[in-house]
Design a protein around this ligand. Structure first.
Ligand code: BG6
Length: 494
C-alpha cells in the first residue's frame, strides 16, 4: 500500500461480492501487513445497519471465506474499528454530503491525507449517478487522490460501453478509473507474462514458426445458480468472453513491453485486441464460433436440470451458456496461428487452462522406425491447480527404442488458492497503490467490444446455429468439429 493510506468507500457493502471477496481480501491484506493502520472502510448500502452490525457482517464473511482466520491472539477489534457503515440512497445528494463528512472524520482519525478509493460493487446502471453525486457531495474535494474501482459488466456492447464511459469521464479522468477484471488478479495469469519474458527457452519459440495453436479453456461445473436474471441478458460471450477470455488472449499474445509501466503493458495488450481479426459476416461467425445451451444431464450420478429450467430464466431463452471460437491475431508474430477459446457452464470440470501446442519436429528419422511422436505441449494451469506443465518426448527408461511422452510439472499449489493471494487481494492492493497494470483501460474494453459485437450481431440474425449440450458434458460436438477441420483437437484439461 502507498504509505499514505486511504478511506475506502464501498458501495454495495451488503452484497455478495463484498461478502465473498472484498471483506476477506481486506482482512488478508491487513494480516499480511499490506494494509497499514492508516485505512478505513465505509460500507454503503441502502438497508439500515449499525456500525456494530456491519462489523459483525464483516467478521462472518471472513470466518466463511477468508484464507486467514481471526485467531485467539489476533486483534480483531482493532481491525473491526476501521469499518463504518452508512445507509444511503444513492440518488440523495444530501446523503453524499453526510458521507463526505464521515469520510472527512475518518481521514483525520486514521491520518490518510484525504486519499479516497470509491469501490462500486453495484449494477453498472448506477455508476454514472453515483459518480456525479460523489462530485456533487464534495467527496472529490479532499486533499489526496481519488480513484474509482468498478466491476464488470462494462456495458452490453460498444455503444452502451461508450455511454457508460462518458458518464464516468464527466467526473473521473481515465487514469483514476480502475476497471476490474478479476482474472487479471490471478496468480498464474500474471505469471504468464513473467514466464514468457524471463526465460530464454520460451520467448524464442513464441511465434508462428514453432507454435501450431493455442487453446484457452475457462470451464465451470456450476450452472447459473441464483444469477439467472443477470446471466440471461449476458450469456457466456459477454459474461466470460468479452472480458476474462480476451484478456487471457492478450496475456499470451502481447509483445514484451519496453518497461514495466502500467501504460506500457496496456499499450501492448491493446495492440493484440486491435489485431484480432473481426469476423466478416454472419457466415464467418458461424464457421468460427460455436454456441450452446445446456439441457438436462448428469454429473457424478447426480441429475442436473437444463438451463431453461433454471430460476429466472425465460421459458424460450436462446442465451448461450457455452461458446467456443477460433480467433486469429493478425500480426507478424501470430499470422496463421489459431487461438481456440472455449468457456461454458455445467461442464465436467472447473478448469482455467492455457495449452500451447507446438509444431512437430520433422519426423522422418523416428517415423522410419515407426515411432509415434507426441506433440510438445506447454500448459499454464490457472485453476484449480496452479502451475506450469511441459510435455515432451523421451526414451522410455530402460527400453532400447520406445519413445514416450514425459511431463515436467511445476506446481505452485496442490489445490485452489492455498496461500496464494486471492485475485481481489492483489487488485485492491494495486488500486490503493495506484498501480493500474492489471486493470482494463478504456481502449482495451472498446476493442474487445468491437470484436464481440460482430458475434452478437450474427447471433441476433438467427438462432439456427444454437446447439444444445447435456449438463455435465464438454459442450456441443460442433466445437470439436471446428478443430478437427484444421487437423487439431482440444487437449483434455488436466
Ligand atoms: C465471473 C462471471 O466474472 O467469473 C461468473 O460473471 C463466473 O459467471 C466467474 O462464474 C468465474 O470466476 P472464477 O474466478 O471462479 O473462475
Amino acid at each position: 500500500l502507498s504509505p499514505d493510506g486511504a478511506v475506502i468507500v464501498l458501495f454495495g457493502a451488503t452484497g455478495d461480492l463484498a461478502r465473498r471477496k472484498l471483506f476477506p481480501a481486506f482482512y488478508s491484506l491487513y494480516r499480511e501487513g499490506k494494509l497499514s493502520d492508516r485505512f478505513a472502510v465505509v460500507g454503503v448500502a441502502r438497508r439500515p445497519r449499525t456500525d456494530e452490525q456491519f462489523q459483525e457482517d464483516v467478521l462472518e464473511s471472513i470466518r466463511e471465506f477468508a484464507r486467514h482466520q481471526p485467531g485467539e491472539d489476533d486483534d480483531w477489534d482493532a481491525f473491526a474499528s476501521h469499518f463504518r457503515y452508512m445507509s444511503l440512497d444513492i440518488h440523495d445528494l444530501d446523503g453524499f454530503r453526510r458521507l463526505n463528512s464521515l469520510a472527512g472524520q475518518l481521514d483525520e482519525t486514521f491520518a490518510v491525507g484525504g486519499n479516497r478509493l470509491f469501490y462500486l460493487a453495484l449494477a453498472p446502471e448506477l455508476f454514472g449517478d453515483v459518480s456525479l453525486n460523489l462530485k456533487g457531495g464534495g467527496l472529490l474535494d479532499s486533499a489526496g487522490w481519488h480513484r474509482l474501482v468498478i466491476e464488470k459488466p462494462f456495458g452490453y456492447d460498444l455503444e452502451s460501453a461508450e455511454k457508460l464511459n462518458e458518464e464516468l469521464r464527466r467526473v473521473f479522468p481515465e487514469e483514476d478509473i480502475y476497471r476490474i477484471d478479476h482474472y487479471l488478479g490471478k496468480e498464474m495469469v500474471q505469471n504468464i507474462e513473467v514466464i514468457r519474458f524471463t526465460n530464454a527457452f520460451f520467448e524464442p519459440l513464441w511465434n508462428n514458426r514453432y507454435i501450431s495453436n493455442i487453446q484457452i479453456t475457462l470451464s465451470e461445473t456450476v450452472g447459473v445458480e441464483e444469477r439467472g436474471g443477470y446471466y440471461d441478458t449476458a450469456g457466456a460471450l459477454r459474461d466470460m468472453g468479452q472480458n476474462h477470455m480476451l484478456q487471457m488472449v492478450t496475456m499470451m499474445a502481447m509483445e514484451p513491453p519496453s518497461v514495466l509501466h502500467p501504460e506500457a503493458v496496456r499499450d501492448e495488450k491493446v495492440k493484440v485486441l486491435k489485431s484480432m481479426r473481426l469476423y466478416k459476416d454472419a457466415e464467418d461467425v458461424r464457421r468460427n464460433v460455436v454456441r450452446g445451451q445446456y439441457v438436462a444431464g448428469e454429473s457424478k450420478g447426480k441429475a442436473l436440470r437444463g438451463y431453461l429450467e433454471e430460476d429466472k430464466v425465460p421459458e424460450h431463452s436462446t442465451t448461450e451458456t457455452y461458446f467456443a471460437a477460433k480467433i486469429f491475431v493478425d500480426n507478424f508474430r501470430w499470422a496463421g496461428v489459431p487461438f481456440y477459446v472455449r468457456t461454458g457452464k455445467r461442464l465436467p470440470a472447473k478448469a482455467t487452462e492455457v495449452v500451447v501446442e507446438f509444431k512437430n519436429v520433422p519426423e522422418n528419422v523416428y517415423l522410419a522406425s515407426k515411432h509415434q511422436l507426441q506433440t510438445n505441449l506447454l500448459v499454464f494451469r490457472v485453476n484449480p491447480m496452479e502451475g506450469v506443465y511441459i510435455k515432451f518426448n523421451a526414451k522410455a527408461p530402460g527400453s532400447e527404442e520406445r519413445i514416450v511422452p514425459v511431463a515436467m510439472d511445476f506446481c505452485h499449489s496442490n489445490g485452489v488458492g492455498i496461500n496464494t493471494p486471492e485475485a481481489y487481494e492483489r487488485l485492491i492492493h494495486d488500486a490503493v497503490r495506484g498501480d493500474s497494470t492489471y486493470f482494463t483501460r478504456w481502449d482495451e474494453v472498446a476493442a474487445a467490444w468491437r470484436f464481440v459485437d460482430r458475434i452478437a450481431a450474427a447471433w441476433r440474425e438467427s438462432n439456427d446455429d444454437l446447439q444444445t449440450y447435456p449438463a455435465g458434458s464438454w459442450g456441443p460436438e460442433a466445437a470439436a468439429a471446428m478443430l478437427e477441420r484444421e487437423g487439431h483437437r482440444w487437449w483434455p484439461v488436466n
